[in-house]
Ligand binder design. Structure first.
Ligand code: NDP
Length: 275
């Protein structure tokens, strides 16, 4: 099995471009889903404190024969821990649930701008790197204005900004801001939770390459340079979503999927979401 391509992050880390997400996977199913993903070949797992399944993810990591250093583990700080000391405490609590002494990437889950606490929390994430609790730090759901305020702090820039991104919501301004600052773009809900899989442009690209619509969408992300973390609890889909390295969309197919942008947000808007 050939390894997943990686994206070079601005802190020197290499992050697999394709990983496995576990949002909405119940705690009692998380171990099995992550074990299946690891057996399939995924080497990056995306969880969060708020998902309530870090213990199951940790059990899978402990049970697998895959060495810890070969798996890139991401978790996220929920907005009830936005503060310098609280952020570090939040990571310690996640590590305990994951039964790990370090994660690879720790993200601020949402800026929650009304609380105006994300800058302070960011300093807690920097402390966590110093303390060896995480190798890298990043953000999620940050708009360009939030990234600019972080940049003005003059400290570490986020390695990653994980944002809602799929053919129906391409978040172009934030992607451009990420690129300007050297922050990698990671797409959450890369399949729009299934909402884009019947689009004619996607069906046509899929038929042309004899792949599924989900594979065509994931391939579009890869060719756009996004990091992707599709979620599934279905073993056949877990395998299908990993089999996206044997074909390439043409420029015209990529452009036809680009044209599906329709501000089709499925989650909250980061400017308004404060928990
Ligand atoms: P996805 O876009 O990954 O879609 C998941 C849904 O699509 C599930 O219902 C799954 O069904 C279905 N699905 C998966 N593969 C296929 C396939 N090959 N064909 C058809 N249907 C398929 O949505 P998510 O919202 O889960 O996003 C992915 C990850 O992003 C999350 O798990 C999480 O890690 C992260 N995320 C982060 C957020 C943030 O705020 N930072 C917010 C939301 C997500 P089934 O499981 O039944 O097979």
């Amino acid at each position: 099995m050939s390894p997943t391509p990686t994206i070079a992050l601005n802190n020197g880390q290499q992050m697999p471009q394709l990983g496995f997400g576990v949002f909405q996977v119940p705690e009692d199913q998380a171990q099995r889903a992550v074990e299946t993903a690891l057996e399939t070949g995924y080497r990056s797992i995306d969880t969060a404190a708020i998902y309530g399944n870090e213990t199951g993810v940790g059990r899978a990591l402990a049970a697998t024969g895959v060495p810890r250093e070969e798996v890139f583990v991401t978790t996220k700080l929920w907005i009830d821990h936005l503060g310098r000391d609280a952020a570090r405490r939040g990571l310690e609590e996640s590590l305990e649930r994951l039964a790990l002494d370090r994660v690879d990437l720790f993200l601020l889950h949402w800026p929650a701008p009304a609380t105006d606490a994300y800058l302070e929390a960011w300093q807690g994430l920097e402390d966590a790197v110093e303390a060896g609790l995480t190798s890298g730090i990043g953000v999620s759901n940050f708009l360009p204005e939030h990234l600019e305020r972080l940049q003005k702090l003059g400290g570490t820039l986020p390695a990653v900004n994980q944002i809602e991104l799929h053919p129906a919501l391409q978040n172009r301004e934030t992607v451009a801001a990420n690129a300007r600052l050297g922050v990698a773009t990671e797409a959450w809900s890369p399949l729009a939770q299934g909402a884009v899989l019947q689009e004619p442009a996607i069906l046509e690209a899929a038929a042309a390459h004899d792949v599924s619509p989900a594979q065509a969408v994931l391939r579009w992300h890869l060719q756009r340079g996004n990091i992707v973390i599709p979620k599934s609890v279905t073993p056949t889909r877990i395998a299908e979503n990993f089999a996206i390295f044997g074909f390439e969309l043409s420029d015209a197919e990529v452009a036809a999927i680009d044209a599906l942008e329709r501000d089709g947000r499925t989650g909250p808007h980061p400017a308004d979401f404060n928990g």
